[in-house]
Design a protein around this ligand. Structure first.
Ligand code: AMP
Ligand code: MG
Length: 330
């Protein structure tokens, strides 16, 4: 077996060293505001091939390219006014834009698609890495393909610890769910490919047009437009059952099952009752969702019963999307 991954704190010295690893074509797992990413030089096809190998990710699943400055967007993609308006409004932040790609982007990054997904992350440590490496960085979530995305350095090590060597520790990710992905290749007909912390309502407000939901159906031989849209993704091994509302009474008499509420339920604490945020605040729910699913997946329960988020908030769309994928079988 290979040497285990080393976890680095974000000291200036460590950041410089890890930027050197990236410049030399290596992989570095690093925190973003959404989830931890497994980064490599986006302009180096060989380095990006290592991402796919480490994750066990199929080559049909394209990567998001992370940038530090707006000029890089124009170098990588053919930009239009809709993309500029969204970048202006939400970057740096958890929004990914899909645009026609320029030839500089290796085919492996876009899974052979003529489009590329680009994002400017807000996390200070990731931004520092981008600045020191002076490269755009391709970075999918730093987890084995199909499992729950990592939101701590320990999650990264648990999944990829024998397959990568460098993990930058920036603490828990502040957003906790992957970026919103919007296809703006046609500025008049934007499409939301993956819901995230930037909501559809926000996108519509900025663009002044309706935003359709989901990928347009493409020919079966082409790479899927948004692999995060696979029905089964972000999945624990333990079966997940979703509920519109949970009551404390549900948990009685089913000790082998875990019951996961959005907010702390009234009544006595029980060993199989959990909650995602004490007050049910959806930002807190999103932030802790993946960590709680991972912990309960390792705890030996027969089933995980989870309460869906109420649909009054845009973030509920992202949370319920991840829950639906966690619950999908096969
Ligand atoms: P991950 O970070 O593991 O969630 O993977 C990156 C995500 O970016 C994929 O799941 C895709 O949904 C999306 N993506 C990357 N490139 C493209 C593209 N050219 N078109 C559409 N979606 C993309
Ligand atoms: Mg992923």
């Amino acid at each position: 077996m290979r040497a285990a991954a080393q976890i680095f704190s974000g000291t200036p010295r460590n950041l410089a060293r890890l930027a050197g690893v990236l410049r030399a074509g290596g992989l570095v797992a690093a925190p973003t505001e959404t989830v931890y990413g497994l980064a490599a030089n986006a302009l180096d096809a060989t380095a990006c091939a290592e991402i796919f190998r480490a994750k066990g990710r199929p080559s049909t699943d394209p990567l998001i390219v992370h940038i530090r400055a707006l000029v890089e967007l124009d170098e990588l993609a053919v930009v239009n006014d809709a993309a500029r308006a969204l970048a202006q409004a939400y970057w740096p932040g958890p929004l990914t834009l899909v645009l026609p790609k320029r030839p500089i982007v290796p085919a492996i990054v876009s899974a052979g698609l003529p489009s590329v997904a680009v994002r400017m992350p807000a996390h200070p440590m990731f931004r520092r890495l981008l600045q020191l490496a002076r490269l755009p960085l391709a970075a999918p979530s730093a987890n084995p393909f199909g499992y729950i995305s990592p939101t701590t350095a320990a999650h990264v090590r648990a999944g990829l610890g024998t397959r990568i060597r460098h993990i930058l520790d920036g603490g828990p990710c502040p957003v906790g769910v992957e970026s919103t992905i919007v296809d703006v290749r046609d500025p008049a007909r934007p499409r939301l490919l993956r819901p995230g912390a930037i909501t559809r309502a926000q996108l519509e407000k900025t663009l002044g047009v309706k935003v359709a939901v989901g990928a347009r159906r493409t020919a079966p031989h082409t790479a899927q437009l948004a692999p995060g849209l696979l029905p089964r993704h972000y999945s624990p091994r333990t079966p997940v059952i979703l509920h519109d509302r949970l009551a404390p009474g549900n948990a009685r008499g089913a000790a082998q099952d875990a019951w996961v509420f959005l907010a702390r339920p009234p009544g006595p604490r029980r060993a199989n009752i959990f909650w995602l945020d004490a007050r049910g605040d959806l930002r807190g729910v999103a932030r802790r969702l993946f960590a709680v699913l991972r912990r309960l997946d390792d705890a030996g329960f027969a089933r995980l019963h989870v309460e869906r988020a109420p649909d009054r908030d845009g973030l509920a769309h992202a949370i319920n999307d991840r829950l639906a994928r966690a619950a999908a079988r096969g």
